[in-house]
Design a binder for this molecule. Structure first.
Ligand code: SF4
Length: 427
């Protein structure tokens, strides 16, 4: 169930039915204002609604004020052990301060932080980690780790309520996906406050993304969770943001940018689809709309399976087709598929989101589709014709160049995507 209560973290609403907020945490030394702000900006560009920074030392809280002032998104200060730093972070204008009431120095220190937060209208995140539960819950932790986490969180909530403070969200972090799911389900039944979700120390990009998708995805699908962070072992915090968005997009909880659909390929594939998918994904980053774009390895199953896509391509050895909403638009040489796809997408936006259909081209594509069940049956004449078309249409590629004039086209190599044993080669 969604949390009943809502808080505002620097203007970003969390809980009470607000869209699930995406957050991440910088990996830089916070006192290094330039590097920290650069990472915050990259995260904001990738779609972070909120960014947390670690504040373990005096010089970090000094830097915090500048970071807060210059950041494009609200900044949350992450404090452990030192309540003085929490007080200073509130003074520095942090949009929220994350503390673990169990390690900040006792109930009096917690009360001091709460009083300061109350006076300034700063929300708190009160967090419990499976690795740092209060001593009196250690036995329970061994016998029932889920109940131990929920009990600890419940006790901290009671402490906040005794202090007449309700401007907070709660997080319970565990490295265990089943415990994350079970504890948050229980806590969501017991308290009305917004929940921050995360699988702590989830791991590398590959394993961590999957663990987070399973853990957080299960909870979010049940409408539990108001803000999420994906914890990955990577310096590039913006990658955590991208994973968070993919989870929210997959569950259709939020929309951001295009959705790329790509088939897994199989023995019917006759062109270098891995390179095509990488190129399409790169070029789609420039489009803010949530259009669906499909890349399918062959036309036999492809066009029907992607009938809902706004635009799609399907290819074969030498020719392919662009389609929209399951209807053929035009046939093109395989090596022009990506350029022509984006030409169609650009035309769509230039004409106020209308798909412009050239009947002759559409008929030619439909004909290709009807013939294309087995491209290996192409006659030499037809192959020659397709090669001529490819040659006529060559040039005019839209590679992006960086400042030094070097192509940014993604390179898919043999190690990433072997061609040996497949029905195409790569130049
Ligand atoms: S679309 Fe074609 S190539 Fe892709 S998985 Fe399906 S049958 Fe195989």
């Amino acid at each position: 169930m969604a949390s009943e209560r809502q808080i505002s973290v620097g203007g970003v609403l969390v809980g009470g039915g607000a869209p699930v907020a995406v957050q991440t945490m910088t990996k830089t030394e916070t006192a290094n204002v330039g590097e920290t702000l650069a990472q915050v900006e990259r995260c904001a560009e990738a779609g972070a609604d909120l960014v947390r920074v670690a504040v373990p030392r005096e010089e970090d809280v000094v830097a915090l004020q500048t970071i807060v002032e210059r950041s494009p998104v609200p900044i949350i200060a992450d404090i452990h052990f030192n309540h003085t730093l929490a007080l200073k972070a509130i003074d520095a204008g942090a949009a929220c301060v994350r503390i673990n009431p169990g390690n900040i120095g006792g109930p009096e220190k917690v009360a001091e932080v709460v009083a300061a937060a109350n006076a300034k209208g700063t929300p708190l995140r009160i967090g419990v980690n499976s690795g740092s539960l209060p001593k009196h819950l250690r036995d329970l932790e061994y016998s029932n780790p889920v109940e131990a986490l929920v009990t600890a969180a419940g006790e901290f909530v009671e402490l906040m309520e005794k202090l007449d403070f309700t401007n907070f969200k709660v997080s319970m972090k565990s490295t265990s996906v089943p415990n994350t799911i079970a504890s948050n389900r229980l806590l969501a039944e017991r308290i009305p406050y917004p929940l921050h979700l995360g699988v702590t120390e989830a791991g590398t990009k590959w394993a961590g993304s999957l663990k987070s998708a399973v853990g957080l995805g299960t909870l979010l699908a049940d409408n539990i969770g108001d803000t999420i962070r994906i914890s990955l072992s990577t310096f590039h915090a913006e990658e955590e943001v991208k994973v968070a968005w993919e989870i929210l997009k997959a569950l259709k909880l939020r929309e951001r940018g295009p959705v790329l659909i790509a088939c897994p390929t199989c023995g019917r594939l006759q062109f270098d689809m891995d390179s095509v998918v990488a190129e399409v994904e790169r070029r789609l980053e420039a489009y803010p709309d949530p259009i669906e774009v499909a890349v399918l390895g062959c036309a036999v199953n492809g066009i029907g399976e992607a009938r809902h896509a706004d635009f799609g391509i399907t290819g074969a050895k030498d020719a392919g087709m662009i389609f929209s909403k399951g209807e053929p638009l035009k046939k093109v040489p395989t090596d022009r598929l990506v350029d022509e796809l984006f030409a169609e997408i650009d035309r769509y936006y230039e004409s106020d989101r209308q798909v412009l259909r050239d009947e002759k081209a559409a008929a030619e594509a439909a004909q290709w589709l009807s013939e294309n069940e087995d491209l290996s049956a192409l006659t030499p004449e037809r192959m020659a014709q397709l090669e001529q078309e490819a040659s006529d249409a060559s040039g005019g590629g839209q590679d992006l160049l960086d400042a030094a004039g070097v192509s940014q086209k993604p390179v898919v190599d043999e190690e990433q995507s072997p061609t040996a044993g497949r029905r195409f080669t790569r130049a």
